[in-house]
Design a protein around this ligand. Sequence first.
Ligand SMILES: O=C(NC/C=C/[C@H]1O[C@@H](n2cnc3cncnc32)[C@H](O)[C@@H]1O)c1cc([N+](=O)[O-])cc(O)c1O
Ligand SMILES: [Mg+2]
Length: 206
Amino acid sequence: MLAAVQKNATRGDPRSVVKAIDQFCRQKEWAMNVGDEKGCILDSVVTEVNPATVLELGTYCGYSTVRIASLLPSNAKLITLEFNPDYAAIACQVIAWAGLEDKVQLVEGASGDWIPKMKEKFGIETFDLVFLDHWKDRYLPDTKLMEECGLLRKGSILLADNVICPGTPDYLEYIRNSPRYKSQYFKSHLEYTKVEDGLEKSVFLG
Ligand SMILES: O=C(NC/C=C/[C@H]1O[C@@H](n2cnc3cncnc32)[C@H](O)[C@@H]1O)c1cc([N+](=O)[O-])cc(O)c1O
Ligand SMILES: [Mg+2]
């Protein structure tokens, strides 16, 4: 995938990096990027929220990191957590190829360890937008952890990938029934396939 980016994408052009990855995953080898169809929904939410602070859980190869960071205002900050060192190394190069290293802080480590350190380590008070795309059984515990650590403010947006496939039943049940969130489901398809999947957008009500 990285070779495809370096071969087919233009340095400093995030859209060409996104296109190169999507082409590679359609033609050569499927990979669990949010993909082009759900990626458009992600783009519209990022544009609508226009966040100053973004947290991404699960960088993987940096595809959604590049999509999000390319839409952020100049002073905005995107922190992305990835605990697999191999994926982190690839993502770092993908983000650099897109020329977005100044907007992105890639942190190698586990969300459960790093969420409690966001204030002290990065001077982050609250996140305007959180993109959840890591292990599906971590969505709920990490959401509760972000609540406990005071990282969400009235109006913070959680956007969760894969709420249908592979599915995040405990997270969906919690977020859709909690009086502290207002949720909306964006129906789409699993990346590069015709299988149904979707994104759940939830506003924290405080
Ligand atoms: O399983 C999926 N995603 C899990 C993604 C996991 C990524 O997040 C990291 N991670 C996990 N917990 C972490 C905690 N802290 C930091 N990084 C973490 C993992 O090292 C990996 O890079 C998935 C699967 C399908 N699928 O069709 O099967 C489709 C998708 O869109 C998916 O996102
Ligand atoms: Mg996903």
